[in-house]
Design a protein around this ligand. Structure first.
Ligand code: ATP
Ligand code: MG
Length: 384
């Protein structure tokens, strides 16, 4: 009986010893959850079994978003013998648009009588006669890959690049400060791609703004759920702290002081969530608040280390990635952001840490942080 499979490869560089089993187990679990299919570990690769009732199109679509997959191939599999092998190879090859082909067999843990080289020759000769196409071993248009695994033979002709990176979950938890804009959701996806499980935190200025930024954050959370299957979004109130800052602190420092409050509140929420790092979408020099001085002044207030995966990215690169991930339309639609509340006419471009600390002397920071963290609401999003 012929059945459908997907052969999944991952990058093995840097995956040695104990690390490797941990990585493979995480990838198996994530693929199982994403596709709903059975996944087996084979030496150096994974085998996903597509049942008769699996929608192959949907399973492949889901697999495209699983980080940690270097490439994958949709394969047909049958009980191992030469006739089946030739029949499968022909079935796969007959629809392939190509002038030249090569057969490449790989044999692992099998006592099948033919060597990989003999398989290449026999199946190659069979295809040559049937198809009328030419063999080109050095640069074929199509490669007919034959893998022998125990008493199973798997044949595929189309290898597709995967999402790359590391499986979500192998690099711990982080909390992402998500605005409704372009940069932070891209930064969130980059962290997931390095194996982090991300929780999102969005600050709003209710009741002084409309709910457009929260709606953006929710729509972006739904898009990001694709990569991690489920994701939490905290909606945190910033307005009470903004009011106190606006009435008590120098006007030009407001934006930086808002950001310092965001860091503290996010740190409080993150620790509830088991996250050990805060992540922002900052890119050096992109706007006034992203000078080295201002970034340092903001970081000074953070209770946790701050990661900025886009710090060296150009806006053009960030936009291209946002488009590729299907986020740009939501991110670029207009919305009322929290930070523009009581916005200074001339924001400081080089705020000093000392000036920020002095400006905050009269504020009851622990009370403001505790109230905002308590007033935050958690929403959960799942891949639909
Ligand atoms: P983005 O496109 O992500 O909004 P930006 O280029 O507009 O970034 P800023 O608005 O200065 O830059 O924000 C820098 C970073 O601060 C954002 O990437 C995000 O991580 C965080 N941030 C800003 N506003 C908010 C908010 N309302 N809620 C949560 N995080 C925010
Ligand atoms: Mg912004």
């Amino acid at each position: 009986m012929i059945r459908d499979y997907v052969i999944v490869h991952y990058h093995e560089i840097g995956l040695k010893g104990r690390n490797r089993a941990f990585f493979e187990q995480a990838l198996v679990k994530n693929i199982r959850r994403a596709t709903g299919c059975d996944v087996k570990r084979l030496p150096g690769r994974l085998l996903v079994s597509l049942d008769a009732d699996t929608d192959t199109g949907v399973a492949l679509e889901r697999l495209r978003d699983v980080f940690g997959v270097a490439n994958f191939a949709h394969a047909s599999g049958a009980k191992l013998n030469l006739e089946e092998m030739c029949a499968l190879a022909w079935e796969k090859m007959q629809d392939a648009e190509c002038e030249t082909f090569a057969v490449r067999a790989r044999k692992a843990h099998s006592d099948f009588s033919l060597s990989a080289r003999e398989i290449n020759e026999k199946v190659g000769a069979f295809l040559l006669e049937r198809s009328g196409k030419r063999v080109n071993l050095s640069n074929p248009d199509v490669t007919c890959a034959i893998e022998i695994v125990g008493d199973l033979v798997l044949v595929s002709v189309s290898k597709e690049a995967g999402a790359g990176g590391l499986p979500v979950g192998v690099s711990g938890r982080v909390a992402m400060l998500l605005s409704g804009g372009i940069d932070s959701p891209v930064a969130a996806a980059r962290m997931m791609r390095r194996g982090s499980r991300v929780t999102l935190i969005h600050f709003h200025s209710q009741p002084y703004t409309d709910r457009s930024s929260e709606r953006h954050a929710e729509e972006l959370a739904q898009i990001l759920a694709r990569f991690q299957l489920d994701i939490g979004l905290w909606l945190a109130p910033l307005a009470p702290a903004q009011q106190v800052i606006a009435s008590n602190c120098p006007e030009e420092l407001r934006t930086i002081l808002y950001r310092r409050m965001m860091m503290r509140i996010a740190g409080e929420i993150a620790s509830k969530d088991g996250a050990r790092v805060l992540v922002t979408g900052d890119s050096l020099g992109q706007v006034a608040s992203q000078t080295i001085e201002n970034l340092a002044a903001v970081e000074d207030a953070s209770p946790l280390p701050v990661f900025r995966p886009l710090i060296g990215w150009d806006k053009i690169e960030i936009i291209a990635e946002s488009q590729r991930l299907g986020m740009f339309e939501v991110s670029s639609a207009p919305c009322q952001e929290a930070c523009v509340l009581f916005e200074p006419k001339r924001p400081a471009t080089k705020a000093s840490v000392a000036a920020c600390r002095k400006a905050e002397c009269s504020l009851d920071i622990p009370a403001l942080v505790a109230a905002a963290a308590e007033g935050s609401e958690l929403k959960s999003f799942r891949l639909d």
